[in-house]
Design a binder for this molecule. Sequence first.
Ligand SMILES: NC(=O)c1ccc[n+]([C@@H]2O[C@H](COP(=O)([O-])OP(=O)(O)OC[C@H]3O[C@@H](n4cnc5c(N)ncnc54)[C@H](OP(=O)(O)O)[C@@H]3O)[C@@H](O)[C@H]2O)c1
Length: 289
Amino acid sequence: MVVRVDAASVNGADLLLRSGRLGVLTGRRFPKQIGIDFVGSLVAAHPEADLSGVSVGSRVWGTVADQGGSLAEFVGIPSTQIAAAPNNLTSLEAVTLLAGGTTAYTGLVQKAHLRPGERVLIRGAAGGVGSVAIQLAKALGAHVTALAAAASLEFVLGLGADVARDYRTATREDLGKFDVIFDTNGSDLLAFRRLLAPGGRMVSIAFGKKAPVRGLLAIAGSAVFGRRRIRFFLGKPTRNDFQRLTEQVERGEIRPVIDRVFPLAQSADAHTALENHSIQGKIVISISE
Ligand SMILES: NC(=O)c1ccc[n+]([C@@H]2O[C@H](COP(=O)([O-])OP(=O)(O)OC[C@H]3O[C@@H](n4cnc5c(N)ncnc54)[C@H](OP(=O)(O)O)[C@@H]3O)[C@@H](O)[C@H]2O)c1
């Protein structure tokens, strides 16, 4: 399948891959191809491909799995990596939701089994994953406490968070107890685990930028030390995940938040912006839209 790409976005994983800081997971050989998600037009398909609801000319969205980057004018991918894109969003808007939407669903629903009325703490709540996690948790009927930078507190409340706290000044003791902790930051994981209420579940999707090996060890060790394992997963979404997300978006449960748009030629600046800027939602790369 060949997709002409309208838009891609910049993800934390791109920065990690490019930096080589966690080469044990991402591989140490360079050069590497950058970009995970894409929205675009299906321009060619194998005659025997299982297209499942899309056809040549359809607007589709998806992620590349292990076969190269989406920061390109065209991507070649298996049919299982795409689904019809939501019909109520532009490509620039839609691409903001792919990584966050699939990761938040896996974390909150499939790993943490978040239930209506439960209290959830979301760390990194203004970022690409956190901003979708807030909306999904609210759609699931949970009470949401968002930890974000001071400049983003209004923003996360606007996404539906019930309580917003500044991660630089809030003390853990003041935050209270939670049925679910969804951590997109990865630092101090064992300290945050103490905030779980009886029966609580904790999921982390990151190891921490400054000391990723420490985060990795905390997650691995949590299965052995202490009674509550911190669950980690590496998202590998496929067609079913994209189809579910399309339905959630078309039902209006999740809306996109674009922080800034860069043209493809300024992708390096987009990476620098994600590294340095206090992000609200996603940085998008416009390719042919
Ligand atoms: N395992 C998986 O399948 C998976 C999938 C997707 C992403 N990830 C990983 O998840 C992480 C987050 O991804 P993302 O795309 O959401 O990144 P992002 O857009 O850069 O968002 C990160 C957010 O965390 C905030 N933050 C920084 N330090 C914090 C702290 N100590 N406490 C609370 N919040 C803090 C940042 O706020 P300020 O910038 O305002 O300080 C920013 O809003 C990345 O490491 C990424 O690689 C993993």
